[in-house]
Write a protein that binds this ligand. Structure first.
Ligand SMILES: [Zn+2]
Length: 55
């Protein structure tokens, strides 16, 4: 038996209000994080995500 693995896409999100940092994971390469609004887990502010250039 071999080992098996699945590729995970992990978005690093920083709140524009309080600068809290959290992550959002998806297993779907076509997932578009900019399509809906999210709540900051720290301060509760709601906003869309702007996707920055890859590092
Ligand atoms: Zn926040």
């Amino acid at each position: 038996m071999t080992f098996s693995a699945h590729l995970e896409y992990l978005f690093h999100i920083t709140c524009g209000e309080c600068k809290f940092y959290w992550t959002y994971a998806s297993m779907d390469k076509a997932f578009d994080i900019t399509k809906k609004q999210y709540f900051c887990p720290n301060c509760g502010s709601k906003n869309v995500v702007t996707l920055e250039e890859e590092l």
